[in-house]
Design a protein around this ligand. Structure first.
Ligand SMILES: [Zn+2]
Length: 350
C-alpha cells in the first residue's frame, strides 16, 4: 500500500512510498484511511524542526489528523466494519506518570509519551492503518466529509473543558469570547463558543473573505486587524489566543474583563523580543483575579467531545473549513502554502 512518509530530522525527505500492509495486533482495528488533515505541526515536521521516528526505523508515516473506515474489528470491541473512526494521537508514557496512569496523557508530566505521526509511532497518512480499539473514537456517519476535523476540534474541546473548570472556581456566567486567529483551531474554538451561547468575536489579519464569511455565518463578529486595541473598552470575558503572535499574546493578558480567562493555544516562534511593562501586566492579572493558561493536545474524552460538537454543528459550515483536498499520490502538494487556505486535507482512497 502507499503511505506518505518522511525521515524525521531530515529536510526534503517527504515522499509517497510503497510500504508493507499493516497487520492489526491484539485489540486493534484495521482501518481504511479516508482523509488526513495537514496542519502547522506537519509542516514543521517536514521542515525537520523536530520529529522522532519509531525505534529502529529511519522513516515514519506522517499524519495525526485522521479519518478512516473500519475494515476489521476484534470480537467484543465497540466497533464494526463500516464504522467511521478517528485515532487518538497521543499514547501514555510507559512509566506511567500520575496523569498518564489516569488516562490524562494530554497532561503528561515526564514527556515520555509517544504520538502517532510525530513521536516514535507511525502516523495515519496511509491507505490502511491500525489503531488500538481503546484509542479509536467513533464518528457519526453523517460526518464522513468533515470527520477529519475531529482531531483539531479535540484540541479546542480540551481548551473549553479547561476554561470551564477554571471558571468554576467562582460564579461563572461568561458572555463574550474573543478568538485571535481564524485558522482551523480559531474557527473551531469560536464554533464551540457559539455552541455555549457566547457572543463571539474573531480577530484575524485577513480582510473580508472566507474567514469573515465563516465567522458571520455562525453568528459571530469578524474583526480584520492585528491588534487588540479595539477591545480595550469592551473587554471580553474569555480570550482564546490561537496565533502565537507575541504582541497578541502579551496584550491578551491585559485585555480581559475582571476574572477573565486567557487560553493560549498558539505557539510563538522564539527569538523575538517585545518590550513590556511587567508591572502593568502583573497588576492587571492580580487585581482582576485573571487566569492565563496554556493548553495542547487532547485525551480520549476530548476526542469524544469533539466528535459530539461536530455532530451538532452545521455540516455545510464545517465543509467550508476544508478549502483544499489533494489525492495521496500528489500528497506533497498539501505541504505547499496556498492562498486563502484554511484546512488542507489529503484524500487517502483512490
Ligand atoms: Zn505521562
Amino acid at each position: 500500500m502507499r503511505a506518505l512518509t518522511f525521515v524525521p530530522g531530515s529536510k526534503g525527505t517527504l515522499d509517497v512510498l510503497e510500504v508493507p500492509d499493516p497487520r492489526p495486533g491484539q485489540g486493534e482495528l484495521l482501518v481504511e484511511g479516508l482523509a488526513l488533515g495537514i496542519c502547522g505541526t506537519d509542516r514543521e515536521l517536514v521542515a525537520a524542526d523536530y520529529g522522532w521516528p519509531p525505534p529502529g526505523e529511519e522513516r515514519m508515516v506522517i499524519g495525526h489528523e485522521s479519518l478512516g473506515r473500519v475494515l476489521e474489528a476484534p470480537d467484543g470491541s465497540a466497533f464494526s466494519p463500516g464504522d467511521l473512526v478517528v485515532g487518538v494521537v497521543r499514547r501514555p508514557d510507559p512509566v506511567p506518570c500520575g496523569a498518564c496512569g489516569r488516562g490524562e496523557f494530554d497532561m503528561c508530566r515526564n514527556g515520555g509519551y509517544t504520538e502517532r505521526g510525530i513521536k516514535e509511532l507511525d502516523g495515519f497518512g496511509s491507505e490502511r492503518w491500525t489503531v488500538e480499539a481503546a484509542y479509536a473514537v467513533k464518528v457519526d456517519r453523517s460526518l464522513e466529509s468533515v470527520g477529519v476535523l475531529v482531531e483539531p476540534a479535540s484540541v479546542v474541546a480540551k481548551a473549553w473543558e479547561q476554561i470551564e473548570r477554571i471558571g468554576a472556581r467562582s460564579w461563572f456566567e461568561p458572555r463574550t469570547l474573543l478568538v485571535t486567529g481564524a485558522g482551523p483551531i480559531g474557527l473551531l474554538a469560536a464554533l464551540l463558543g457559539r455552541q455555549r451561547g457566547l457572543e463571539v468575536h474573531v480577530l484575524d489579519r485577513a480582510g473580508p473573505g472566507l474567514k469573515s464569511s465563516l465567522v458571520e455565518a455562525m453568528g459571530g463578529t469578524y474583526h480584520s486587524g492585528s491588534s487588540l486595541r479595539e477591545f480595550a473598552d469592551a473587554k471580553p470575558d474569555i480570550i482564546i489566543e490561537c496565533t502565537g503572535a507575541g504582541p497578541l499574546v502579551i496584550d491578551s493578558m491585559t485585555t480581559t474583563a475582571a476574572v477573565g480567562i486567557v487560553c493560549l493555544c498558539g505557539l510563538s516562534p522564539g527569538g523575538r523580543s517585545h518590550r513590556v511593562d511587567a508591572g502593568v501586566i502583573n497588576r492587571d492579572i492580580v487585581l482582576e483575579n485573571d487566569v492565563i493558561f496554556g493548553t495542547v493536545n487532547g485525551n480520549l474524552r476530548h476526542f469524544r467531545d469533539a466528535a459530539a460538537a461536530l455532530a451538532k454543528a452545521e455540516l455545510a459550515w464545517l465543509e467550508r473549513l476544508i478549502t483544499r483536498r489533494v489525492p495521496l499520490t500528489r500528497g506533497l502538494e498539501a505541504f505547499e502554502p496556498a492562498e486563502h487556505d484554511v484546512k488542507t486535507v489529503i484524500e487517502l482512497t483512490a
